[in-house]
Design a protein around this ligand. Structure first.
Ligand code: PLP
Ligand code: COI
Length: 339
C-alpha cells in the first residue's frame, strides 16, 4: 500500500483490500463472502439496474485518542437500511447481519482507518441491490448486500470552514409521498442536476424546498439543515427528507447543552431570523453555512460574521467529534468498538 496522505484526503472512492458480500436467495441470506475484487457481476435484467431496487448507507469509523477504532451509531444505520428495503420492496438485512458484515469489512481493512488527529475517517458504504431478473415492474427474488470501505476527508472541501449554499425551486429531489425519507439511489439521481449547477455557480451544495409548496426548507443536498435561534435548535420536519443520524445525535447533544430542540416546518422566510445555520450528515459532519443565496429572488442570507463559526455550532461539532474519537464520554452507547 502506498503511503496515504491522511490530511489531504478528499471525500471519494479509494481502493482498499477487501469487501464483504452476502447473497439472498430462496428466501434466505447465505454465508458471508470476502472478496478482493472491486467488481460485481449480475444479470442484465437485475431490478437494481432497471427499476431502482437499491439502497445504500453511509457510516464512519474513527481511530480514537486511545488508539481504539470506533464505529458511530451502527444500529441506527442498520435500522434505516431496513426502512429503505421496505420502501422499495427489497429483502431486509437484519440488524445482526448488517453488524457482522460491517465489522468484518472494517477489520479486514484496519490499516486504512486514518490515525487519530488527521481529520479523516474510514467511510463505510453498505449497499443493498436487487440482483434477480425481472422485466415486468416487480420486486426481485434475489439480492446482494455488500459493504466496502475507504478512507475519506471532509465532504465539503471547506471542512469545518463555512460553506455557501443555493436555494433551488426548479428541481425537487423527492416528492412528499415519494422516497425522500429512505436512502435509495433514485433520490440522488434526481438531485444531480441541481447539485451540479450549484457547484458551477460557486456553491458547496443546493438547498431543496418542500416539493408541494416550495415554502419550507427540506434538505441541504446530501445533508440535513439546522438553524440556531437564540437558545433554540431548529431543524425541518418533512416527509421528503432523510432522517439524518447525525441530526438525531445533535438534537440529543443540543438538549443536553440546555438548548430547546424543535423539529417543525422551517419557512424560507425564517432564514432572516437564525443566528447560525448549518448542514449535518455523516459525510458533511457539521458544516456551518455562511451564506444562502436564493437564486429566484436574488436574496442573500448571511451568517458567520467576520468568517467566524457560531458558538453553538462549534460546541456541537466538538462534542460530536469528541464522542466519535473517545475524548468525550459515550454516555449513550453510540459507538461500537472494533475489537
Ligand atoms: N440527507 C441526505 C439526503 C443524505 O444522503 C444524508 C447522508 O446520509 C443525510 C441527510 C445525513 O444523514 P446521516 O447523518 O445519517 O448521514
Ligand atoms: C452520507 O453522509 O453518508 C451520505 O451518504 C452522503 C452522500 C455521500 C450520499
Amino acid at each position: 500500500m502506498n503511503e496515504i496522505d491522511w490530511k489531504n484526503l478528499p471525500f471519494g472512492y479509494s481502493k482498499t483490500d477487501y469487501n464483504v458480500r452476502c447473497y439472498y436467495k430462496d428466501g434466505k441470506w447465505g454465508e458471508l463472502e470476502v472478496s478482493d475484487s472491486e467488481f460485481i457481476t449480475m444479470h442484465m435484467a437485475a431490478t437494481c439496474l432497471h427499476y431502482g431496487q437499491e439502497a445504500f448507507e453511509g457510516l464512519k469509523a474513527f481511530t480514537g485518542i486511545d488508539g481504539k477504532v470506533r464505529i458511530f451509531r451502527l444500529e441506527e444505520n442498520a435500522k434505516r437500511m431496513i426502512r429503505s428495503a421496505n420502501g422499495v420492496m427489497m429483502a431486509e438485512v437484519p440488524v445482526e447481519l448488517f453488524r457482522e458484515v460491517v465489522l468484518k469489512a472494517v477489520k479486514l481493512n484496519l490499516k486504512y482507518v486514518p490515525p487519530y488527529g488527521e481529520g479523516a475517517s474510514l467511510y463505510i458504504r453498505p449497499l443493498l441491490i436487487g440482483t434477480g431478473a425481472q422485466v415486468g415492474v416487480k420486486a426481485a427474488k434475489e439480492y446482494l448486500f455488500m459493504v466496502f470501505v475507504g478512507p475519506v476527508g471532509p465532504y465539503f472541501k471547506e471542512g469545518f470552514n463555512p460553506v455557501k449554499m443555493q436555494i433551488v425551486r426548479d428541481y425537487d429531489r423527492a416528492a412528499p409521498l415519494g422516497t425522500g425519507h429512505i436512502k435509495v439511489g433514485g433520490n440522488y439521481a434526481a438531485s444531480l442536476r441541481a447539485g451540479d449547477r450549484a457547484h458551477q455557480d460557486g456553491f458547496a451544495s443546493c438547498i431543496f424546498l418542500d416539493a408541494r409548496e416550495k415554502k419550507y426548507i427540506d434538505e441541504a443536498g446530501p445533508a440535513n439543515f439546522f438553524g440556531i435561534k437564540g437558545n433554540t435548535y431548529v431543524t425541518p420536519d418533512s416527509s421528503s427528507i432523510l432522517p439524518s443520524i447525525t441530526n438525531m445525535s445533535m438534537r440529543v447533544l443540543a438538549a443536553e447543552m440546555g438548548l430547546k430542540v424543535v423539529q417543525r416546518q422551517v419557512p424560507v422566510t425564517e432564514l432572516e431570523e437564525f443566528d447560525e445555520v448549518g448542514a449535518c450528515g455523516t459525510a458533511a459532519v457539521i458544516s456551518p453555512i455562511c451564506m444562502i443565496h436564493d437564486r429566484d429572488t436574488g436574496k442573500e442570507y448571511k451568517y458567520c460574521k467576520n468568517g467566524q463559526v457560531g458558538d453553538i455550532s462549534q460546541k456541537l461539532y466538538f462534542k460530536l467529534k469528541g464522542i466519535q474519537e473517545g475524548t468525550e464520554p459515550d454516555i449513550h452507547g453510540w459507538n461500537t468498538i472494533v475489537e
